[in-house]
Structure formats: C-alpha cells, structure tokens
Design a protein around this ligand. Sequence first.
Ligand code: HEC
Length: 180
Amino acid sequence: MKQSAAACVIALAVAALTGCAQSPATTTPAAAASPAGAASPAGAQLPAAGTGATPAAKFAAFPCLSYTLPCGKVATRKPVAKQLEGPLAGDATRGMRIAHARDKGNCLACHVMKGGTQPGSRGPDLSHYGSTGRGDAETYAMVYDMRARIPDTLMPPFGTNAILDDQELRDVVAYLQASR
Ligand code: HEC
C-alpha cells in the first residue's frame, strides 16, 4: 500500500517534469479540440482517473508545478511609480473589454465596474469612478502599480508585471474615466 502511493507520487513528478521539458504546445487532441482548454490554465483540469488521457501536457499549464521553470525563485519586482507620458489617448470601449476579460485585467474579480457582471468586493466600487475627479495620470499610476502608494495592496501591479501593456493601461484608464 505504502509503496504504491510512493510510486504514484513519483509518477506524478515525472509527468510534471516531462510536461515542462516539452513545449506547452504539445497538447492532447482533446485539449486541442477545446478552444477554452487550449487557451488558458482554467481549461487544464486534470483528466478523470481512468480516462487514459495523459496528464503530462496538462501539468505544463501550471508553471509552479514544474521544477524547470524559475517560478517562485524570481525576486518580486519592486514597486514602480510610473508617470503617464503624453496625453492619455485611450479607447474606453476597448478598455472595458480589457478590464472585464479574465485573461487580461480581470478587474471584476475585485471591483464593481460599469457594464460588468458578477463582480467581487475586495476593492472599491469603480462604477462611477469617472465622477470622482481623479486625474488620468494618477489613475494610470495606480493601475500600473498600486504598491507604489499602498505597499500591502491586494491589487496586482498590472504595468510592472506586464499583465497589461502601455496602450492597454491607457484604454482601461479611459474606460474608468468614462464610468460615470
Ligand atoms: C485582487 C483584487 C484586485 C484586482 C484584481 C484589481 N483591484 Fe483595483 N483595487 C483593489 C483594492 C483592494 C483597492 C483599494 C486599495 C487598496 O486597499 O489596495 C483597489 C483600488 C483600485 C483603484 C483606486 C480606487 C480609488 O477610488 O482610490 C483603482 C482605480 C483600481 N483599483 C483599478 C483597478 C483596475 C482597472 C483593475 C483591473 C485592471 C483592478 N483594479 C484590479 C483590488 C483589486
């Protein structure tokens, strides 16, 4: 009994390593057939026991489970107080899409936002942010890296961690400013 459990753990570890040594593009036909599964870790659930699907390719979607990637061993990026350069030039419609997209801003995880559904409540309600009179530069800096103001914030540093690029940040700020 003990031995088979240990063997199982080793098999899993080997599967994880194999998955990471291979290119993450190596998906099973089942994963390739499902667009959601191919695009995001959310679709990378473990196959049910006995389905015969190989877990190796699926584990590759979770970098922290691999021993070959530096996940968890890279120093946290220092907070950056970022200045907005030039005029905002953001597109509010695009900004709303970016803010709501789970694989982009995912701001709805924590904020109530205009036009969004099923919001979380860890952050303040942003659905009327545009009427609070905050400037573009201040808003940009906060979304870029809130840690520059609030060191222990829950909010991810979208700019510093390159979750959103400069134009995407500008679009999101335009959307916030247009939320009245
Ligand atoms: C994990 C939770 C979380 C996510 C995701 C998140 N935020 Fe926040 N946000 C917060 C919290 C919490 C605060 C309040 C400040 C604090 O305590 O850190 C905040 C504050 C803000 C503020 C300042 C509001 C004010 O009135 O001072 C803005 C603007 C903002 N967030 C925008 C965004 C945008 C845009 C996104 C998505 C790109 C986003 N947030 C994603 C948690 C989050």
